[in-house]
Design a protein around this ligand. Structure first.
Ligand SMILES: Nc1ncnc2c1ncn2[C@@H]1O[C@H](COP(=O)(O)OP(=O)(O)O)[C@@H](O)[C@H]1O
Ligand SMILES: O=C(CO)[C@@H](O)[C@H](O)COP(=O)(O)O
Length: 498
């Protein structure tokens, strides 16, 4: 029997999945790592932590593997998007990686928009300039750390650096490159115009490849450190949201998924690059050649719940914290939360906005706050659903993935707030499954992603909207949508005290 490994390099942890040639998941392991928040708005990680965590996660799987490890024929990746890894002359890492949820680059975003022009940016990249994307981070290093910038020979994204550490080969795949704001989406190449206008050395951009491209084999040293065969073939992989889309079957028109990971994502398949959302949602290349997807991002989705848990209920597991939320009616007895605890992206591209609890009453207890946090996160994802609907899309079914899909009440809440049928996967790790599918298609186990989807994706429970909850949540959503406007100016005044 042949096997493939999928490595999902997430924000909070790396998850390694082992899949057999029938598309069944046979083993998995997880290793967590931390985020560094040196200042408000900063979010970094040490690339070395990714490498050691991945090595340990694979080692755990190979130690349990009962067959010859050469039966693990291929591996691929799903990676947290946009994070900037800078390499010097000898491919050494020059500074910690600046991540997707780092919002220090508001000034650089304004400079890019002014220098390149918003119309040009939208025409070339199909996206607006946002703090989370990679290009503003490159300019930030250029301006604030010129001694480091002078040494830069290549820039990579997180999973590309991981792949380099495992193979010695430097590449970037199109689905992840789309999130740099340097890719000309129509031409499928680095944008010479943006690069020239911003005075960036084109040599720092890595070679672009498709997700199923075979970049090479594992280095002898990495293979022996994690117990794999050095003949294991390595395929490029994709952005975590592209892989999440693969892993939840969003590979054809009309398919939509919602993910509550550290961030929150509402994502739908786009057949072509010609739809125009005027940058209101992100428009990126899929991991399938010549396909695209659009998505809106809630910066702190699962992160809002993990923040609440860490800050107010550290001793409790998620299951303990959420055990009584179903005793509370929709709307948490008048308590409303906006999940802008680290700024927001969709629909408000605003790095300064912060979250609120509105309507705190003496009757509210910890479980009300926990439920309000979950509701606020889903309201925020509904903002993107409304953008899709206003462009004429009909979305009646969604696949829900990510850590948030582990909680059945949260899944029901999604059905009620989106007024749509929610399907859960048997294993909620969509991006990891997508990474396995890339390795399986790359190594020829499946002819294409349609065949891989048939074999690898197993739908679990189904959640139907409950009409009285839908009605109540519609009313509450109307109140929710007013909070941003009404708290924006207050947060501007509060900024100096952060
Ligand atoms: N048992 C659970 N119940 C509800 N939510 C959970 C549970 N476990 C994890 N989560 C949520 O999922 C988030 C992590 O999701 P995950 O997809 O693993 O993140 P990432 O890929 O960004 O590292 C946590 O921040 C938390 O909000
Ligand atoms: O910034 C984005 C997408 O644009 C995030 O979705 C990151 O890709 C991180 O994802 P998770 O760790 O939350 O899955």
């Amino acid at each position: 029997m042949r096997y493939v490994l999928g490595i999902d390099l997430g924000t909070s942890a790396v998850k390694a999945l082992l899949m057999n040639e029938k598309g069944e998941l046979v083993d998995e392991s997880v290793r967590s790592y931390s985020l560094i928040h040196e200042k408000v708005g900063y979010s970094e990680q040490h690339p070395q932590d990714w490498i050691s965590s991945v090595r340990e996660a694979i080692e755990e799987i190979t130690a349990r593997f009962q067959e010859d490890v050469s039966n693990i024929v291929g591996l691929s990746y799903s990676g947290q998007m946009h994070g900037l890894v800078l390499l010097g002359d000898g491919n050494e890492v020059l500074r910690p990686a600046i991540l997707w949820n780092d919002t220090r680059t508001t000034e650089q975003c304004a400079q890019i928009t002014e220098t390149v022009g918003l119309e040009n940016i939208l025409r070339i990249t199909k996206n607006r300039v946002l703090e989370g994307f990679t290009l503003p981070k490159i300019l930030w290093v250029q301006q604030h750390e010129p001694e480091i910038y002078r040494k830069v020979k290549k820039f990579l994204l997180p999973k590309d650096y991981l792949r380099f550490a495992m193979t010695g080969e430097l590449h970037m795949d199109y689905s992840d490159a789309a999130g740099t704001l340097l890719l000309d989406i129509e031409k499928g190449d680095w944008s010479k115009e943006i690069i020239a206008k911003l005075g960036i050395d084109p040599e720092i951009c890595p070679e672009l490849v498709p997700s199923t491209y075979k970049v090479g084999m594992l280095t002898e040293s990495f293979a022996s450190a994690c117990g794999l065969s050095p003949a294991t073939k390595v395929y490029a992989g994709g952005a975590d949201n592209a892989c999440g889309a693969l892993g939840s079957g969003v590979i054809s028109k009309g398919k939509t998924m919602v993910s509550i990971g550290t961030s929150g994502v509402m994502l739908t398949f786009e057949e072509s690059k010609t739809e125009d959302y005027h940058g209101k949602v992100h428009y990126f290349n899929h991991a399938i050649t010549d396909s695209y997807y659009t998505m809106g991002v809630t910066l702190s989705a699962g992160h809002s719940l993990s923040w609440f848990n860490d800050t107010f209920a550290k001793e409790e597991s998620y299951d303990e914290l959420l055990s009584e939320i179903n005793d509370i009616p929709p709307g948490s007895n008048g308590l409303l939360f906006t999940p802008y605890i680290a700024g927001e992206r969709t629909p408000y591209a605003d790095s300064n906005i912060r979250g609120s609890f509105i309507g705190i009453d003496a009757i509210h207890t910890k479980k009300h706050f926990a439920k309000a946090v979950m509701e606020g996160i889903v309201f925020s994802l509904r903002d993107t659903l409304e953008i899709f609907k206003s462009s004429g899309k009909v979305i009646e079914e969604l696949i829900s993935i990510g850590g948030g899909a582990k909680n059945q009440h949260w899944l029901q809440m999604q059905a009620d707030i989106f007024n749509a049928t929610i399907y859960k996967l048997k294993n909620e790790q969509g991006p990891g499954i997508g990474a396995c599918m890339i390795a399986a298609v790359g190594s020829g186990i499946f002819k294409d992603f349609a065949m891989a989807q048939e074999a690898c994706i197993q739908i679990g429970e189904k959640y139907e909207p409950i009409p009285e909850n839908v009605k109540k949540y519609d009313e509450l959503y109307n109140i929710y949508t007013q909070v941003y406007r009404q708290t924006k100016a207050l947060n501007e005044q509060l900024k100096q005290y952060r």
